[in-house]
Design a protein around this ligand. Structure first.
Ligand code: 13P
Length: 246
């Protein structure tokens, strides 16, 4: 039986005051049946770590460098994230693929260095609306996943996958539970060919998950929780979504 996981992706939102209030609200409403974590902007990681230390909520970052260290101005290494107690790092979010031209291989390299520093990479895959309408969804997510499988080898079982259809992110359009389940099942079959542990791997859904649609999504057999954007910024909404994962 896989445990459910709900991760808040704050993106480039929040400030010290709202972060403190948000974390207090999420913490007080716990404990949760599911594992819960938040991925905060880099500057807030030390304060998030202090707030959540010894609590049951994990934390992580939203990106890391593919390089170990050195002359890479503006980048943050996986080793630094580990030093701040991060358990997770999101890699390959569609916003990074789109706005920072991250390739499948770069995403795979980031996942690899994250694992090296004992972080769990949450690897995002997903198709655009144009790709879905052209019936390319399966081919796109398989191509994105296959770069990571190829680069990580048997370590692939240590990652978390997030299926985030680009057309559902921040748009209020959610994939139906059936649409999401179909892609999750496809990903699990692909992972199965790469590792005997595919049944234990968590595959999260992300894209306009809200309190009123979370339970239906999370009840699908291959949906093991969610990666939550906008709704993770409001304590009441995030708490309701965490509670829907059981
Ligand atoms: P929304 O929940 O705001 O659609 O964002 C999803 C997402 O991108 C999480 O990484």
């Amino acid at each position: 039986m896989r445990r459910k996981l709900v991760v808040g992706n704050w993106k480039m939102n929040g400030n010290r005051l709202t972060n403190t209030e948000l974390l207090a609200g999420v913490e007080e409403a716990g404990p949760y049946t599911a594992d819960v974590a938040v991925c905060a902007p880099f500057p807030y990681l030390s304060e998030v770590a202090l707030s959540l230390q010894a609590k049951r909520i994990g934390w992580g970052a939203q990106d890391c460098s593919a390089h170990e260290s050195g002359a890479y101005t503006g980048e943050v290494s996986a080793e630094m994230l580990a030093e701040f107690g991060c358990r997770f790092v999101i890699v390959g979010h569609s916003e990074r693929r789109a706005y920072h031209a991250e390739s499948d291989q770069l995403v795979a390299d980031k996942a690899k260095i994250a694992l090296k520093h004992n972080l769990t990479p949450i690897v995002c895959v997903g198709e655009t609306l144009a790709e879905r309408e052209a019936n390319q969804t399966d081919a796109i997510v398989k191509r994105q996943m296959s770069a990571v499988i190829h680069t990580l080898g048997h370590c692939i079982s240590q990652i978390v996958v997030a299926y985030e259809p680009v057309w559902a992110i921040g748009t209020g359009l959610t994939a139906t539970p059936e649409q999401a389940q179909a892609v999750h099942a496809l990903l699990r079959v692909q992972l199965h060919a790469a590792t005997p542990k595919s049944d234990q791997m968590q595959i999260l859904y992300g894209g306009s998950v809200k309190p009123d649609n979370a339970a239906a999504l999370f009840s699908q057999p291959d949906i093991d929780g969610g990666l939550i954007g906008g709704a993770s910024l409001k304590a009441a909404d995030f708490v309701a979504i965490c509670r829907a994962a059981r």
